[in-house]
Design a binder for this molecule. Structure first.
Ligand SMILES: NC(=O)c1ccc[n+]([C@@H]2O[C@H](COP(=O)([O-])OP(=O)(O)OC[C@H]3O[C@@H](n4cnc5c(N)ncnc54)[C@H](OP(=O)(O)O)[C@@H]3O)[C@@H](O)[C@H]2O)c1
Length: 274
């Protein structure tokens, strides 16, 4: 008998669907027969992906939203409610990082990470999960990272937001399992996407990258199986095991040595500032 995905015919909301892992997750869900609500800021990218999916017969909608805006999750929710779209699969994928010295970084970019990677994830989950609980059915994928397994100097805020995402996913997974709602924390290592350009983190990309399509296929398999944590690469999985055994101060020192910027930014002394 031909395999039919449990996700077939269900509406999936994918944040950050305009590139990288999010676009790959949208394609993977469409391949399994899900209907797609694609959201991000770049309309042209979403429309191009939407056309590609529509040509394959996938029903889809596009919602342009900036998750830096604290009201954006409510706006997305309202659009789906008004259109009568029952979101049964929520993919919290949108995210960004910033590489470099924290003390010299763009403060707005630090806060954007907290808002998009954490605030929006909590809000969207809080808005869409109650209906899943009522239905006694639903799937939530939260894109964390292998950065969630240890603090990471020079991409400090990002790693902390991803630790938040993973812990949030694991706590929620336990709470809602009794209602047959499945929550998976996806923890990719370096993956082909625009992430490194946006974060200015080319040094991290040099360690080798995994194709986004492969990450997406393994992630949706894990989501369907109700697996709570997925590290989609062997290297990432091994790293996650290793850092559990080592003192955190040793791990952070090694990461700083291997991936830290070669040159410190010019920093004025207190007396020079007067
Ligand atoms: N690539 C990696 O190595 C890697 C590894 C581990 C985890 N991750 C995680 O994977 C997720 C996807 O990232 P990616 O690697 O695919 O990077 P990407 O290609 O840069 O994609 C990021 C996505 O997030 C969206 N986004 C960013 N800021 C947004 C905002 N303010 N409002 C709405 N959408 C926003 C972007 O859309 P617009 O710019 O169009 O808004 C884009 O679609 C992130 O959560 C990231 O932390 C990536």
């Amino acid at each position: 008998m031909a395999y039919t995905s449990q996700l077939h015919g269900k509406w999936a909301l994918v944040t950050g669907a305009s590139s990288g892992i999010g676009a790959a997750l949208a394609r993977e869900l469409a391949d399994r027969g899900a209907k797609l609500i694609l959201t991000a800021r770049r309309r042209d990218r979403l429309e191009a992906l939407g056309q590609e999916l529509a040509a394959q017969g996938t029903e889809m909608r596009i919602i342009i939203a900036d998750l830096n805006d604290p009201v954006a999750p409510h706006q997305i929710y309202r659009v789906t409610e008004r259109a009568g779209l029952e979101v049964e699969i929520l993919v919290n994928n949108a995210g960004l990082g910033q590489y470099g010295f924290f003390h010299a970084s763009e403060i707005e970019q630090e806060m954007n990470q907290v808002r998009v990677n954490c605030d929006a994830v909590v809000q969207l989950s809080r808005l869409f999960v109650p209906r899943m609980v009522e239905r006694r059915r639903g799937w939530v994928l939260i894109v964390a990272s292998t950065a969630s397994f240890q603090p990471m100097p020079y991409i400090t805020t990002y790693a902390a937001t991803k630790a938040f995402d993973r812990f949030f996913a694991l706590g929620l997974a336990e709470e809602v399992a009794q209602y047959d709602v499945k929550v998976t924390a996806l923890c990719p290592g370096p993956t082909e996407s625009e992430f490194f350009d946006v974060a200015g983190a080319g040094v991290l990309r040099q360690r080798g990258v995994q194709p986004a399509g492969e990450v997406a296929r393994l992630a949706i398999d894990a989501l369907e199986r109700g697996k709570r944590t997925l590290v989609p690469s062997f290297r990432g999985w091994l790293g996650a095991q290793l850092v559990r055994l080592l003192p955190t101060s040793f791990v952070t020192r090694e990461i700083a040595k291997r991936t830290g910027p070669k040159k410190a930014p010019p920093t004025p002394r207190l007396e020079e500032k007067k």
